[in-house]
Design a protein around this ligand. Structure first.
Ligand SMILES: Nc1ncnc2c1ncn2[C@@H]1O[C@H](COP(=O)(O)OP(=O)(O)OP(=O)(O)O)[C@@H](O)[C@H]1O
Ligand SMILES: [Mg+2]
Length: 412
C-alpha cells in the first residue's frame, strides 16, 4: 500500500479563513479532502492583517476545526497571500552555462532566475514570487523546459510579484502565533488558477478572477505562462455595505438579502414588482422592500468592479482579447447571473470555476469559493512531486533555509 501524506492549506481571506487538510498517497495525484475548517475572518481587511490578535484567533479556529474533522494533527500549511500592495513586474536574468560541455543543469536554472531577482526594489518591498515565463539559449527564445539542452548563454524572462515587507511579515507572525510552520506562501489568484484553469485555457489566454469579500484578484495566463496578476481592493463585502446603506438595514440582514434575493442584473429579474418582507429575515424589521432596488444596488457595484477589471486588462493589452475567456471564482461568483454581466462587461466568454480533481469529502468543496484553498493543495502536491525550486526574498517563518520551498516554477 502506498504511503499517505497530508497537505494542509490555509486561505486567509478577508471574509473567511478556510483550512483544508488533504490526504495524498504517494502514487496518486488526486487529493482526498479529509478535513475542512471555515471561520469568519476577523482582523483581516482587503487581504491584509490589520489586527494581529484577532487574525491569530480566527486562523486558530479554522485550523483546529479542520484537524478535528480530519482526525489528524498537522503542524504545517501552505498559506495564501492577498492585498493590493502586491505588484507584478517583468524581469530578465542572464548567466553563462556552467558545465564545460554546455549542458544546462538545474543549477543554471536556479542561477538565471536568481540573476533576474536582482531588481532594484524599494526598501520596504520583498519578492513574493519570481516565475520564469521563457528561457532563451544563445538568443533562441520561446523555450520552457531547458534542462538537458545545450548552449553557452542562458537567459530567463520572468514575472516578479513583490509586496510590502510589513504586510508579508504580519501574515507570517499570524502563522507563527499559531505555531504553524509555513510550507510556502502563494499569491491568492495564482493558487485559485491552479484549482480551476485547464492547461488548454492557459495556453489560449485566460483570466481567472477571484471575486472575494474584500478584494477582487486577477491572474492572466497566455502561452501557458502567468503574464499578469493584480489585486483590486473591492469585493462582495462592498456590495453588502452598499445594501446596508441603500436599504437602511444592518449589515447582517444586508448579507442575507444579498445571498437570498441578490442578482447581478436587473434585466434578468422576471418579476419587477417582487417584494421582500424584511420581517421574514429579522423579527425586529417590519418594512418591505422591492427586490428590484436590491438588484439595482448590486448591479451598480458589480459594474464598477468589472470596469476596474477591464481597466487592468486594458493596461496589459488584453481587453476583450483572451480566447480562453474568463473563469470566475470566489464567494461573490455565486451571485446569480454574474456570468452574463461579466461576459457583457468584459466582452469575453465567461464561466464559473469549480475546483477540479478532488475526492473525499469533496462534495462540500465543489464550490467556487474553495478555489484558492484547493489550489494551495495542488501547489503543495506539485512541489512535492516535482521538487522544483523557487526563489524569493521573503521566507516563510523567517527561515532562510526554507527559501527554496518558498517559490517555484509554474509547471508547464
Ligand atoms: N451565495 C452567495 N451570493 C452572493 N454572495 C455570496 C454568496 N456566498 C458568499 N458570498 C460573498 O462572497 C464573499 C466571500 O467570498 P470569499 O469566501 O471568496 O472571500 P475571502 O476569500 O474570504 O475574501 P478575499 O479573497 O477578498 O480576501 C462575501 O462578500 C460574501 O458575502
Ligand atoms: Mg479569497
Amino acid at each position: 500500500m502506498s504511503r499517505e501524506n497530508h497537505i494542509t492549506a490555509i486561505d486567509a481571506g478577508s471574509h473567511y479563513i478556510t483550512t483544508i487538510i488533504a490526504a495524498v498517497s504517494g502514487d496518486l495525484l488526486t487529493p482526498q479532502v479529509v478535513g475542512i475548517g471555515k471561520s469568519r475572518s476577523q482582523g483581516i481587511r482587503k487581504g491584509v492583517v490589520v489586527d494581529l490578535e484577532d487574525a491569530i484567533k480566527c486562523v486558530k479556529k479554522s485550523f483546529t476545526d479542520a484537524q478535528q474533522v480530519a482526525g489528524v494533527s498537522v503542524s504545517s500549511a501552505y498559506v495564501s497571500i492577498g492585498g493590493n500592495h502586491i505588484t507584478a513586474v517583468p524581469s530578465r536574468g542572464v548567466v553563462a552555462v556552467s558545465r564545460a560541455d554546455g549542458q544546462i543543469s538545474n543549477d543554471d536554472i536556479e542561477r538565471v532566475i536568481t540573476a533576474s531577482s536582482t531588481l532594484a526594489l524599494p526598501a520596504n518591498q520583498e519578492i513574493l514570487h519570481n516565475l520564469p515565463n521563457e528561457y532563451i539559449i544563445d538568443g533562441e527564445g520561446g523555450l520552457r523546459d531547458v534542462v538537458g539542452m545545450n548552449g553557452l548563454r542562458l537567459e530567463a524572462n520572468t514575472l516578479i510579484l513583490h509586496g510590502s515587507s510589513a504586510h508579508l511579515k504580519t501574515i507570517d507572525k499570524c502563522m507563527e502565533g499559531n505555531d504553524i510552520e509555513v510550507d510556502g506562501y502563494v499569491l491568492s489568484p495564482i493558487a485559485a488558477s491552479k484549482a480551476v484553469l485547464s492547461k488548454r485555457q492557459r495556453e489560449l489566454g485566460v483570466a481567472c478572477i477571484d471575486m472575494g469579500g474584500g478584494t477582487t484578484d486577477i491572474a492572466v495566463y497566455e502561452d501557458g505562462n502567468l503574464i499578469h496578476a493584480g489585486i483590486l481592493p473591492i469585493g462582495g463585502d462592498n456590495i453588502t455595505n452598499d445594501l446596508a446603506i441603500g436599504l437602511r438595514v444592518g449589515v447582517d440582514i444586508a448579507e442575507r438579502i444579498k445571498r437570498e434575493y441578490g442578482m447581478a442584473r436587473v434585466a434578468d429579474l422576471l418579476q419587477k414588482r417582487d417584494v421582500i418582507d424584511l420581517s421574514q429575515l429579522d423579527s425586529n424589521e417590519k418594512d418591505t422592500i422591492l427586490r428590484k432596488d436590491v438588484v439595482e444596488i448590486m448591479e451598480a457595484r458589480l459594474n464598477e468592479i468589472f470596469d476596474l477589471v477591464n481597466k487592468d486588462l486594458k493596461r496589459i493589452g488584453k481587453e476583450a482579447y483572451l480566447p480562453g475567456g474568463v473563469v470566475l471564482v470566489g464567494g461573490s461568483a455565486k451571485i446569480p447571473h454574474i456570468v452574463d454581466l461579466c461576459r457583457d462587461k468584459l466582452r469575453l466568454a465567461t464561466q464559473i470555476g469549480f475546483p477540479r480533481d478532488v475526492e473525499g469529502i469533496a462534495g462540500s468543496v465543489d464550490d467556487p469559493s474553495f478555489a484558492t484553498v484547493l489550489g494551495l493543495i495542488f501547489w503543495g502536491i506539485e512541489e512535492g512531486k516535482y521538487g522544483r525550486f523557487s526563489f524569493g526574498n521573503f521566507s516563510p517563518n523567517n527561515s532562510v533555509t526554507s527559501m527554496k520551498k518558498w517559490l517555484r516554477n509554474l509547471l508547464p
